[in-house]
Design a protein around this ligand. Structure first.
Ligand code: ATP
Ligand code: MG
Length: 367
């Protein structure tokens, strides 16, 4: 008898705005993958963000986090919107996302920025500069100056009555080692197998420690070629000659800035996926980089391709099925070749489609 097929339990979090529309396309892709690759999925939708605030008065209900924690992977669409903008910080939809990443101990954020030849004009950079650029930024997500203690905004004790704002940039060896391991593993899965660690070790002690730890970790990955750059130089090189980069690993603050900078190699929000991963204890969270686009929500205008590419990342980095990921990536490439464009990436001579029609085109392109 054939062994019972493995069932992948996936938690789907449609969230707010265009979330439900692009999540419907993700489901369509998963349905197709299930048939094509003979895989079984159990898909469960849960509330997060504004949708959860409206229903249960909290942005990340306990049952959502628990369901995500025991799933094999989390697909998140997008959250937030003007309706919830005036709530206090802990009651904002966005704090649900932060709590989710924290609850799942996702300390590494992966943001690929791969130049898309069919959309090369969407980048503000010159076509000759961005053509064939393919950068993966691995950003540490739970440490650094965003969380370091002490922090505060207060009057200076025995001062002249003025205030000071204080934050602490801090990394422990454990924190650096664990994100470095993820980055080396990612680099190892890529063709060029190169990793550039970005820091500011010429002036910052936390960066000195960062560089030492990453260098130490490199001995475990002799097949990956490691280099180091200071963040100021890296920021410049990224727009001057982006093709020199393969995988980049960096801290939370530098990664925040560099991953947004790298996204301009592509230029279009609707095309950018991401993943947030931990050490494997809990599943990763896979989601588009863009927000909930309230201005076009419910109008079948959203570009679902960032969501579709996030599904591909789920297969590549969580379910260890690069074959499925490659099939999805290739389908996206094919629909762009065929001229399908949602409004956000529309240009002359192309075929304007809505979110649903784009989803149908992707599905057809997979078979
Ligand atoms: P957030 O704070 O959640 O990042 P935001 O307002 O900064 O939200 P987005 O919600 O990403 O940013 O929207 C920015 C602009 O990009 C909006 O005009 C939106 O319509 C557009 N946009 C974002 N994502 C998409 C998409 N998938 N398809 C089409 N347009 C999009
Ligand atoms: Mg934004």
């Amino acid at each position: 008898a054939r062994p019972a097929p493995l069932i992948h339990h996936l938690a789907l979090l449609p969230g707010d705005g265009i979330g439900p529309e692009i999540m419907a396309v993700a489901r369509q892709v998963l349905d197709h993958v299930s048939r094509r690759f003979d895989l079984r999925f159990k898909l469960e939708e849960h509330l997060v963000g504004g949708a959860a605030l409206d229903a249960l008065n909290e942005p990340l209900p306990e049952e959502t986090l628990a369901a995500c924690a025991r799933s094999d992977g989390v697909l998140l669409a997008c959250i937030g919107g003007p309706k919830w903008d005036n709530l206090p910080r802990e009651k904002r939809p966005e704090s649900g996302l932060l709590a989710l990443r924290k609850g799942l101990e996702a300390f590494a954020n992966l943001r690929p920025a791969k130049s898309i030849p069919q959309l090369i004009d969407a980048s503000p950079l010159k076509p000759d500069v961005v053509r064939d650029a393919d950068v993966m930024v691995v950003r540490e997500l739970t440490g650094d100056v965003y969380f370091g203690e002490p922090r505060g905004l207060h009057y200076i004790f025995q001062g002249n009555g003025e205030r000071e704002g204080l934050n602490t940039m801090i990394y422990t060896e454990t924190e650096v080692f664990r994100v470095a391991r993820v980055a080396f593993e990612v680099a190892r899965k890529r063709q060029r197998k190169r990793l550039c660690s970005v820091d500011k070790a010429n002036v910052l002690e936390s960066s000195q420690l960062w560089r030492e730890c990453v260098t130490k970790m490199a001995t475990t990955y002799p097949d990956v070629e490691l280099s180091h750059l200071y963040v100021d130089n890296a920021a410049m090189q990224l727009v001057r000659a982006p093709r020199q980069f393969d995988t980049i690993v960096t801290g939370n603050l530098f990664g925040d800035i560099l991953s947004d900078e790298a996204s301009m190699l592509v230029g279009s929000l609707g095309m950018l996926p991401s993943a947030s991963l931990g050490d494997g204890t809990y599943p990763g969270v896979f989601e588009p980089v863009h927000g909930s686009a309230p201005d076009i929500a419910g109008q079948d205008k959203a570009n679902p391709l960032a969501m579709v590419l996030s599904v591909a990342m789920l297969f590549r980095y969580q379910l260890n099925r690069s074959d499925v990921a490659d099939t999805i990536d290739a389908a996206v490439n094919r629909v762009l070749d065929a001229g399908y464009r949602t409004a956000d990436i529309m240009s002359g001579g192309m075929r304007l489609v809505g979110c649903r029609e784009m989803g149908d085109a992707v599905e057809r392109a997979m078979s």
